[in-house]
Design a protein around this ligand. Structure first.
Ligand code: 13P
Length: 339
């Protein structure tokens, strides 16, 4: 393991003004997104869509791109590997290496993320394909009687084993323990579950001898469930999220890059911005969004070649707004001016 190199990559991923684009939707998730805009989910359409993102000006605010297995092997229309286009844009290619979730036996309603078997060999191959970092996502749902401590502990253990393997192969692990915002729970319940998940995670990372200087944490924000009657203000989300992170995340972690998790584009930007305005955090705080960066360009594109420029403009706008938010320099006025 080359910790100096891992630390350098981790710091580059969370550099001020930049964040990560999560473009690692599986073919199944991609189909859901494409269905919504009336586009057939073929390999070529997936390639064309991602190529337009990676060739857009918005990449100036993107430090790294998380790819799916299919995408890291794909070539653009002109034959250039997509990973190369990302590098040429000054960004780092990364790869999702988990194999998705399966029901956790004897724990109804809960899931475990799979993909550890043969992972070392896959990491070696992905490095050869240009990957500099990886992602593994675990999913913790909130509902009546869940999450169980067992679900939290089993998933934290898998995240720690994954992270150690990545570092041993000189790849920076993005460690993502996502507490879902489905359901009708309030902000304080989300706080409580997020705290438990993060405490368990950092305990397992310690036991696995993961070097915190060589990783990036990708957590959820502390938000109310989508079906909660009590929604939260931007300031409440920012204050509670920062508070739980300060309680749980050691200062040795270079950066925190949030998932958007189904928040609106504007909420995801405004809340990130508010956290950076509060300041005084020991780590960099930025984004690693999929939906909050891609919903607008997908809609603008709608699968039509003549819409490519409009889709690129929409992506560039969201990337720029989130880049500003990563420095606490976003304002609603800037959002309107640039739109
Ligand atoms: P969202 O920003 O759409 O939540 O996706 C981020 C991600 O990569 C989830 O693993």
């Amino acid at each position: 393991m080359d910790l100096a190199e891992l630390n350098k990559v981790a710091n580059a991923m969370v550099a001020p003004g930049k964040g990560v684009l999560a473009a690692d939707e599986s073919a199944g998730t991609c189909k859901k997104r494409f269905d919504a805009i009336g586009v057939e989910c073929t390999e070529e359409n997936r390639r064309d869509y991602r190529e337009l993102l990676f060739r857009s000006k918005g990449m100036a605010n993107i430090s790294g791109v998380i790819l799916f297995d299919e995408t890291i092997r794909q070539k653009a229309k002109d034959g250039t590997p997509l990973a190369k286009i990302i590098e040429q844009a000054g960004s780092l290619p990364g790869i999702k290496v988990d194999k998705g979730t399966k029901p956790l036996p004897f724990y109804p309603g809960e899931v475990i993320t799979e993909g550890l078997d043969g992972l070392r060999e896959r990491l070696v191959e992905y490095r050869g394909l240009g990957a500099k970092f990886c992602k593994w996502r675990t999913v913790i749902d909130i509902g009546p009687g869940i999450p169980s401590y067992y679900c939290i502990k089993a998933n934290a253990g898998a995240l720690a084993r994954y992270a150690a393997l990545c570092q041993d192969e000189n790849l920076v692990p993005i460690v993502e323990p996502e507490v879902l915002m489905d359901g009708d729970h309030d902000t304080d319940r989300c706080y409580q579950v997020t705290e438990l998940a993060l405490k368990a995670l950092f305990h397992e990372l310690y036991l696995a001898r993961v070097k915190l200087e060589g990783m990036v944490l990708k957590p959820n924000m502390v938000v109310p469930g989508k079906k909660s009657a009590k929604q939260a203000s931007v300031d409440e989300v920012a204050e509670k999220t920062l508070r739980v992170l300060k309680e749980c995340v050691p200062a040795a972690v270079p950066g925190i890059a949030f998932l958007s998790g189904g928040q609106s584009d504007l909420d995801a930007t405004a809340r990130l911005n508010a956290m950076n305005r509060l300041g005084d955090a020991p780590w960099k705080i930025t984004f690693s969004y999929s939906r909050a960066l891609q919903a607008a360009p997908q809609k603008a594109w709608s699968g039509k070649a003549e819409n490519v420029a409009a889709a690129q403009a929409a992506f560039t706008h969201r990337a720029a707004m989130n880049g500003l938010a990563s420095m606490g320099k976003w304002t609603p006025e800037l959002e309107k001016k640039a739109a």
